[in-house]
Unconditional design. Sequence first.
Length: 376
Amino acid sequence: MKKLLISIKTLLLLFQLTSALTAEAQINIQLGSGTLWNNAIPLNSDAFYSYTQAIYTRGEMIAAGATTAGMISKIRYKTVNVTPCGTWDYWTVYMGNTTIDSFVLQTDWRPVNTMNKVFEMSLPLIDVSQANSWVELTLDTPFHWNGTGNIVIAVDENRPMGNVQWQYWQGYTATTAPGYGRGLHYSTDFFNPDPVAPPAGQVISNIPQIQFEFTPDGTLPVTFGPLSAKTTSAGLQVNWQTFSEKNVDHFGVLVSSDGKHFKQIGELASKGVNGNSSAKLDYGFFLSVADLNSRMSFAYIPAVFAISLLLIFVNRGNKRWVLGPLIFVLVISSFSCRKDQQSEALTGLRQLFVKIEQVDKDGTRSSSAIVKAQTD
């Protein structure tokens, strides 16, 4: 009992230490302050459709405490008043690194193919009690700020319903150069503008106050970049990037049919020198349909076989207990010979989730974000 208590205390201490390190690594960065209002960016709630872009400069990031490149996992906008968000709640958000520091022309949109889609879903329910509070977006794919350029954020609002009352956002106009042309917006009731080729918008200096949940590079074992997965008739292709690695041994590729219970289907060694890198590294992993089906569906057979043997050993005096497990193992094993039929079924799988698990040389593990595999 005493040993058990010591083990529990040790685990609790390790958990607290891990939590403290994570908290220390993350920084809350806020850009902008004051009482200025903005009703156009990140969106115009009075119009059916809205597309906007805003630029936040490297100088602002440094002044707010982000002195090196790092990963942004959450962004927050501050409300002034609150109108029913059910009419402006579906957002697609893009983020990118850019060398420009302002918009000059009404057509100076940053190309969407130079940015990463980081968020696409309905916002949480927002009511009047949340006026003058921060609306938080947890990014589907964290964004890596390179530390040398500025950040551009594009918001595409796609809910075709307008409000009678404006939704205002807390804004600011930068006092340091360039304080002009930091925002570009377009809204209409007649059609949903395409972010790939948006119409001419309106240039403004007032942009929304914003908060970033920021993790500087080098404070965590791995800084994950974009992760993508795609299923085809041939199999599963997974690609990911890391922006920095520290003491990494290998990466495990894990899949799930429900997004909650994951099973490892393969692994790749770190490309970093002795598991360390400060440069961007690209990884690719492919598994055929037959192998994927086998590893997902039949990985439990060895466990079933072991349990059956245990039952046979424990109950060797009872013939019924011996015969039952043997029949069960034989039946399960026979299913594994039908891979072709099972593979055809897997090809039609419409829901497959993927994540990457990083394993350090000391055995410490951390995971990437979870993505849903696209079908070809």
